[in-house]
Design a protein around this ligand. Structure first.
Ligand code: ADP
Ligand code: MG
Length: 323
């Protein structure tokens, strides 16, 4: 019911950026090739995600906004290939904001729209849309004023949304991302050949990154590490330029970030931050990405192995390069 959804919303929806993450992940799960994100007032007054993915059939729309209705768990928790699987995001958002979902399922003759405001559902009713899905979230937390005051400035909330888009853009180079709105300058990441992900990485972290980074490729006991480690001279003033992915999902995991720091300990001053993009691939049974709905923490069966792999691979690459 509405109260339970509001409580769940406390877990899933902390701020506009967490809404953006959920909506963009849904678009990616739907196979979108183009995703547009529009924001106003840092996502507080408006957050709209438009995609060209598979869409939602009219009779599925009421399920999509209902708690624990997910279309994505067919293979069980150990076989999750989608970014979402809890069926909590849309009902949670609908309980604390004005939510509309407009969609036209692939092959359907018509589009439909459903609205949720403070947990109350209306529709579905016919709507105009040529393909895909448009999810619009207005007035986030208007139904829970106590949470509104924990939000930062429009500028800070808007920047957090940008960061979410940047993280996902690196993971999905073949998808075009466009981020726009009255509260920001437009950012576009054009689709690039999936095999040429350095081009997308450079679009996100800076076009001089490739020339200032060493390619990393290592494997230990079935855990694979790939990516790019910025040279010690190519540092940043904050830790945001560390992009780490586990089985294709962006994570901000403490173990992984601390391993990265450890790898640079001998070649970079403590107050500097390396730029790095790392992709870890391992058997899904050896990692739990299900720890918390919104936090990007993961739990490894063998944390020591993962840490050793990261530290070892980066140090070895630096040594081989004579650093
Ligand atoms: P989850 O992603 O965990 O399944 P959500 O609450 O995020 O749960 O979404 C509920 C359901 O709504 C999804 O399982 C999916 O079937 C559908 N859905 C949501 N957004 C989209 C979208 N952009 N395109 C297609 N289907 C969507
Ligand atoms: Mg989802």
């Amino acid at each position: 019911d509405a109260l339970i959804d509001q409580i769940a919303a406390g877990e899933v929806v902390e701020r506009p950026a967490s809404v953006a993450k959920e909506l963009i992940e849904n678009a990616l799960d739907a196979g979108a090739r183009r995703i547009e994100i529009a924001t106003a007032a840092g996502g507080k007054s408006l957050l709209r995600v438009t995609d060209d993915g598979s869409g939602i059939a009219a009779d599925e729309l009421p399920l999509a906004v209902r708690r624990h209705c997910t279309s994505k768990l067919a293979g069980g928790l150990d076989a999750i290939e989608t970014l979402g699987f809890r069926g909590e995001a849309l009902p949670s958002i609908g309980s604390v904001a004005r939510l509309t979902v407009k969609s036209r399922a692939a092959g359907a003759a018509e589009a439909f729209e459903i609205a949720v405001d403070g947990g109350r559902v209306s529709g579905p009713r016919p709507a105009a849309l040529s393909r895909g899905t448009v999810v619009e979230v207005r007035d986030l937390f208007h139904a829970v004023p106590a949470r509104l005051k924990f939000l930062k400035s429009d500028r800070a909330e808007g920047a957090a949304i940008t960061e979410i888009v940047r993280r996902l853009a690196i993971a999905f180079p073949a998808v075009r991302f466009e981020l726009a709105g009255p509260d920001r300058t437009q950012t576009v990441f054009e689709a690039v050949d999936g095999r040429d992900s350095l081009r997308r990485i450079e679009a996100v972290v800076g076009k001089d990154f490739g020339a200032n980074a060493i390619a990393i490729a290592a494997e230990r006991e079935g855990v694979q590490l790939k990516g790019f480690a910025g040279l010690p001279t190519f540092h940043r003033g904050n830790a945001l330029a560390q992009y780490v992915y586990v089985n294709g999902r962006p994570v901000r995991d403490r173990l992984l970030l601390s391993a990265l720091r450890g790898a640079y300990a001998d070649v970079m001053a403590r107050d500097r931050h390396p730029v790095a993009v790392l992709f870890l691939t391992l058997d899904p049974a050896l990692v739990d990405v299900n720890v918390h709905p919104a936090k990007a923490d993961v739990r490894f069966r063998d944390p020591g192995l993962v840490r050793g792999l990261i530290v070892g691979a980066i140090r070895q690459a630096f040594t081989a390069a004579g650093l």
